[in-house]
Design a binder for this molecule. Structure first.
Ligand SMILES: [Zn+2]
Length: 314
């Protein structure tokens, strides 16, 4: 992911102003789609909290506190990736929260970031809740999530919640241009459209450039009624699980982009079925060739009233 924050100008300006005025809430939750830069924003706000300068627009990047932060050696800053079982172990989180009662190393401020906080285990989440309920001066908790409904309601109620939107196509274009300088403007435009507001999708596309071109042209042909393309697509499905998951992601991205360009009942059916496919293939172990065969032949035939794979699997 790019180290520069792109987009979210309004929210950033407000958060930085609060840091500068010393009115930032002690618990802030940043929520929004995956891959839009929530972690970067949390780190950026944290750096500003430590910064010795008094700029209301953000950290100065040059003072000793900023240098320490940027060198990733700031002892009063902690970032927990909650998807990392070891880093976010219940014992580890408890120990960290306990250590917040001890004296700070630097300027009295302390920041703890919990990324993807919905993955915290129940006991760790309860320990965090206790800390949120007893705010200590100079201690800030910044939480991020792309799944707000999975957080404990009690944690939500203690946080000031900031909703961040998906990135605009222009923002995504700028990031894609930065990441893929050798690619021509027309292709960049399709990538930006396909990436659907998420930088993670650009990374995925970057690794599978030639694949997605084939997949998106097949999807277009299938939607135009080409049964042969549907059969070819099924025949060429990868057998290996991880690879198949990647191809399914490319199919969904292509279908979403097609939906934006040429919306139709066929593409709407395809998109809603592809969204279900992951679950039935990977969690219920149903045959991908069977499920996707059903979906693609129905789309090619224009039979958008055919039963959903959810009904077939029941
Ligand atoms: Zn600074």
């Amino acid at each position: 992911m790019s180290s520069e924050i792109i987009g979210h100008d309004k929210e950033l300006a407000l958060l930085h102003a609060q840091v500068a005025q010393n009115t930032l809430h002690h618990a802030v939750l940043l929520y929004g789609p995956q891959g839009i830069g929530k972690r970067l924003i949390a780190k950026n706000i944290a750096q500003h909290i430590f910064c010795n300068a008094t700029d209301k627009h953000g950290a100065c990047n040059t003072c000793p506190a900023c240098s320490l932060f940027l060198s990733e050696n700031c002892p009063d800053f902690h970032l927990i990736d909650c998807t990392d079982k070891e880093m976010a172990s219940t014992a580890g989180v408890r120990e960290l929260l306990y250590s917040l009662h001890l004296k700070t190393y630097g300027n009295q401020n302390r920041v703890v970031v919990f990324c993807d906080a919905e993955h915290l285990r129940p006991q760790a989440a309860n320990a965090l809740l206790k800390s949120l309920e007893e705010p200590r001066e100079g201690t800030y908790f910044l939480l991020t999530t792309s799944n707000r409904s999975q957080l404990l309601p009690t944690i939500l109620s203690r946080c000031q919640c900031w909703g961040l939107k998906e990135l605009s196509t222009e923002n995504i274009m700028a990031i894609a241009r930065d990441k893929l300088p050798e690619i021509d403007a027309e292709v960049l435009k399709s990538i930006a459209l396909l990436a659907d507001g998420s930088v993670e999708n650009i990374d995925h596309l970057e690794q599978h450039l030639s694949e997605w071109k084939n997949i998106s042209s097949s999807i277009r042909h299938i939607c135009q009624g080409n049964i042969l393309s549907a059969l070819e697509m099924i025949e060429n499905l990868p057998r290996e699980k991880e690879e198949l998951a990647g191809v399914l992601q490319l199919m969904r991205m292509s279908a979403r982009a097609e939906m934006k360009k040429n919306p139709s009942a066929r593409i709407a059916y395809l998109l809603s079925e592809l969204t279900l496919a992951d679950y039935y293939i990977f969690s219920r172990n149903l045959s991908p060739a069977y499920l996707l065969g059903h979906i693609f032949t129905n789309v090619a035939r224009g039979d958008t009233r055919a039963p959903s794979i959810a009904e077939i699997a029941a």
